[in-house]
Design a protein around this ligand. Structure first.
Ligand code: UD1
Length: 385
């Protein structure tokens, strides 16, 4: 790996993202790069998710240095790709990027990595190496993360398992760093400085349990109305539990879930919640039922059991540790798994006691150190794996 010249100039590290979860998981990386001598962080937003991204950034006091503002109503993946790739390349050049950091598996991540590659700018991939092994689940995220991995120079793998996936695909060991998950850094930081909304605290004080739901995945959209019916049945069977579901702004999601869930006394549908509200809600929940990726790690980090509403997960470490259980997206199976969990206090207690396999909350500092090494500004860090 060649170390670029000009070591005396601060290196411009552009963090590029466009969706809410990327902003949340990149915020602690931004702060760590700011603290690292010789590096300067900048933010390039694609604006893939206009409102949700802006809310997420506000929680961390961040504003993008540049914004492509690409979102349109009911955007297709191809349209999104066609807008991001040429614009991102131009902006990265104007920003004088020495390196671009992308996150995870979104269309923004893949498109910006491709633009950077065309511009000859090295790419660092945060949350690298997650694999479900199934290109249709999650769709299109499994493809996005694999394609990003082909283009990246540095890979920040959250776990030894994700490192092994990258090695299996032929990536050189020298560019891979096992850092832990930056989601753990983010959730600990935020959960430590905010408190639960008073109306939810009142439910707990009255002896009710809280259950957080999220569902938004593209591959679940064809069955989402039936999944919502199954959730409604579980809520009817558990009047002692208050369900909170912040519904994604995607109109297709809204249309699928509102008919079944809009009228139940113990099922609250809310607007998307910012992280300052979401983190304490998750921490106070008895169970998370979700098809999201990030909530699997956040549950593990907070010691909150997670029922994963998908058939496969790229986060097997949490299943092995015992804090995650796969409930699938088949309504019958979902109903059985969720009812079973809510009726089994001992089982829930065992899940709560599972160890967190996603890191110690120091992932972002390790990423900043590894970038400094790449630019010849620091020794190669000790192996964290
Ligand atoms: C994207 C990511 C997914 C991530 C999710 C988090 C891809 C392929 N998928 O999926 O990995 O888990 O974001 O949210 O990148 N919308 C708004 N306002 C917003 C956000 C979305 O109106 O602030 C609407 C728009 O109509 C948009 C639609 O939601 O067309 C879908 O959003 P999009 O970002 O394209 O895809 P997601 O399914 O959210």
């Amino acid at each position: 790996m060649t170390v670029p010249a000009r070591p005396s100039q601060p290196k411009r590290i552009v963090l590029a993202f466009g969706t809410r979860p990327e902003a949340t998981k990149m915020a602690p990386v931004y702060a760590a790069i700011q603290r690292q001598p010789g590096l300067t962080p900048l933010i390039l937003s694609t604006g893939q998710q206009r409102q949700m991204l802006d809310e997420a950034l506000a929680v961390f006091g961040l504003t993008p240095d540049e914004d492509l503002n690409v979102m349109t109503e009911r955007q297709t993946l191809a349209e999104l790709t066609g807008r991001i790739v040429p614009q991102a390349g131009r902006k990265l050049r104007e920003m004088g990027a020495d390196m671009v950091l992308v996150h995870g598996d979104t269309t923004t991540s893949f498109c910006v990595a491709l633009s950077a590659f065309y511009e000859g700018i090295p790419v660092g991939h945060v949350e690298a190496g997650l694999r479900s092994g199934n290109m249709q689940e999650p769709f299109p995220e499994e493809a996005n993360r694999r394609l990003t991995g082909v283009l990246s120079t540095l890979d920040f793998a959250p776990t030894p398992g994700s490192q092994a996936n990258l090695r299996r695909e032929g990536k050189a060991a020298e560019g891979i760093f096992v850092t832990g998950q930056t989601a753990v850094d983010a959730v600990r930081e935020v959960a430590g400085r905010v408190s639960l909304r008073p109306e939810w605290q009142a439910k707990l004080d009255a002896g009710q349990r809280l259950l957080t739901v999220t569902m938004h995945r593209r591959e679940n959209l064809p069955v989402m109305a039936e999944m919502a019916e199954a959730l409604a049945d579980v809520a009817r069977a558990h009047p002692d539990t208050h369900f909170v579901y912040p519904v994604h702004l995607n109109p297709a999601v809204q249309e699928a879930v509102r008919p079944a869930l809009g009228q139940l006394p113990n099922f609250e549908l809310t607007e998307p919640l910012d992280y300052a509200q979401m983190a304490p809600l998750m921490a106070a929940s008895t169970l998370l039922a979700t098809d999201s990726g990030g909530l699997q790690e956040e549950g593990a980090a907070l010691g909150v059991p997670v029922a994963v509403l998908r058939n496969v997960t790229e986060r097997p470490e949490g299943v092995e540790a015992g804090v995650l259980t796969l409930a699938g997206n088949d309504p019958e199976q979902m109903r059985a798994v969720l009812n079973g969990l809510l009726d089994d206090e001992e089982g829930l207690a065992r899940m709560r006691a599972a160890r967190n396999p996603y890191g110690d909350g120091q992932a972002s500092g390790r990423i900043a150190q590894a970038i400094a090494w790449f630019f010849g500004l620091a020794e190669r860090p000790a192996d964290w794996s």
